[in-house]
Write a protein that binds this ligand. Structure first.
Ligand code: SF4
Ligand code: SF4
Ligand code: SF4
Length: 216
């Protein structure tokens, strides 16, 4: 039984604890950054940020409204990134048969630049990032090292609000359906994002497009 995240964005306060915990556990280097008029920082996923809390801000009926989206790899059920990489370098991207984690290995460094571009373009969620220093493709690992020892992914363990949930797929799908039914009462546009295709299921209160604003 694969493991699955349920990310219930209706509970997210954008504290960014998950983002910091991910960086710490994976020993990822700091990014040089600057104030861009938003709390979304760094401005996008990068090879040293596998997790990024996105902030989208709107003025609706004279009031400021926020949408928070703790972005990360979806650990797709049939990962298109792996399909692309497999045709060039065996073992560059693997899927753990036990946990379902999709892992980018050091062998991604053997992909030629145009092949890297193809792998990136195959991802429907714009997740893979190239470390230009090492030539390795990077993204969330599902904290597979922890999960295989029956520990929670670091972002889930850290989240104080119940936004980040993790467990066997059947349990997470059941929880997703239950929470969706509850949220529908107050948010008629509430929806699950591609639940049949991914093992990172986002529960949203609005159209997915509302959660993404380009940060300059
Ligand atoms: Fe691959 Fe993108 Fe799916 Fe992650 S979200 S498994 S990078 S295709
Ligand atoms: Fe980061 Fe691990 Fe969470 Fe993935 S599962 S976003 S690697 S903390
Ligand atoms: Fe949202 Fe939880 Fe991450 Fe805080 S730790 S930003 S509440 S998902």
């Amino acid at each position: 039984m694969p493991m699955t995240f349920l990310i219930d964005t209706s509970r997210c306060t954008a504290c960014r604890g998950c983002q910091v915990a991910c960086k710490e556990w994976n020993d990822l280097q700091a990014n040089k950054t600057r104030q861009r008029g938003t709390h979304q920082n760094p401005p996008d996923l990068n090879p040293f940020n596998y997790k990024l809390v996105r902030f989208a801000e709107y003025k609706e009926n004279g009031k400021v409204v926020w949408y928070f989206f703790p972005d990360q790899c979806r650990h797709c059920v049939s990962p298109p990134c792996k399909e692309a990489a497999d045709s060039y370098v065996e073992g560059a991207i693997i899927k753990d048969p036990k946990t379902g984690a999709v892992i980018f290995t050091e062998r991604t460094r053997l992909l030629k630049p145009e092949q890297v571009e193809e792998v990136i373009s195959y991802c429907p969620y714009n997740i893979p990032r190239l470390d230009t220093g090492t030539g390795i493709l990077a993204k969330c690992t599902m904290c597979n090292d922890r999960v295989k020892r029956n520990m929670l992914p670091m972002c889930v363990k850290t989240c104080p609000t119940g936004t980040m949930n993790f467990g066997e797929r059947s349990k997470m799908v059941a929880l997703a359906k239950k929470r969706l039914a509850e949220l529908k009462k107050d948010y008629p546009n509430a929806q699950l994002q591609d639940p049949d295709d991914v093992n990172t299921i986002f529960l949203l209160t609005e159209d997915p497009k509302k959660y993404f604003q380009k940060v300059g």
